[in-house]
Design a binder for this molecule. Structure first.
Ligand code: FMN
Length: 208
């Protein structure tokens, strides 16, 4: 029985969000096909996600060197580490997120910073960083109103590419993806594009 972490990086309701539509369809179908699994939902827009600030940084640094932490440093290091431990404990992870301003929501960025810890998700070697998370299956569900898969805007895509690069840095090199794109650029096709993505997410969930 797998331990599955579902991460939602959008606070909008499904009727106003394509990535949340993908998330809900995936979750519904996954649950129906994997009744015995332990499923944890992490809603990053409801979660306590303090900025990755100087106090948190120095707390995490001092932990790695064995120095004594102040009370604030210990509190913030514990926040980051609790999310990291939850992530590391999952056998499978599903991440749903939009492309906003060519990038990802700030809440998701903060969360990924918590996970990005030397000695935990990657290590430094003479050949460069090496990922330490090699036992996890990941699905990425992404929505973006314009078209970025090819054409002149491809280099501007810093949402899915960013998340894939961070995961590669952790050692997760083969996430499966469902992407809905172009629905704002071509409103006449929006319904079909979104419906196709939702269907794809539901089908992938039964095989994941
Ligand atoms: C704050 C914000 C910023 C956005 N920035 C972009 C953008 O840079 N490029 C783009 O193609 N679409 C952009 N969009 C449109 C979204 O990519 C589109 O609405 C997509 O469906 C987002 O996922 P969601 O529906 O789950 O929110 C933006 C939308 C919002 C709300």
């Amino acid at each position: 029985m797998a331990n599955v972490l579902f991460i939602k990086a959008n606070g909008l309701p499904a009727e106003r969000s394509v990535s949340v539509k993908l998330y809900e369809e995936f979750l519904k179908n996954y649950k129906a096909s994997n009744a015995g699994d332990t499923i944890t939902e992490l809603d990053l827009f409801q979660a306590d996600l303090p900025y990755y600030d100087a106090t948190m940084m120095s707390g995490l640094f001092k932990e790695s060197t064995g120095e004594t932490l102040t009370e604030d440093e210990a509190r913030l290091a514990k926040v980051a580490n609790s999310y990291l431990e939850q992530f590391l404990a999952a056998d499978k992870v599903v991440m749903a997120f939009p492309l906003w301003n060519f990038s990802i929501p700030a809440q998701f960025l903060t969360y990924l910073f918590y996970l990005n810890q030397a000695g935990k998700t990657f290590k430094y070697t003479a050949q460069g960083p090496v990922g330490l998370v090699t036992d996890k299956e990941v699905v990425l569900l992404n929505a973006r109103g314009g078209v970025y898969s090819d054409g002149p805007m491809a280099n501007w895509e810093m949402s899915l590419n960013y998340v894939k690069n961070i995961l590669t840095h952790f050692g997760i090199t083969n996430p499966q993806t469902v992407v809905v794109e172009g629905h704002n650029a071509a409103p006449d096709q929006a319904q079909d594009l979104i419906a196709a993505g939702v269907k794809e997410a539901g089908e992938l969930a039964t095989k994941f």
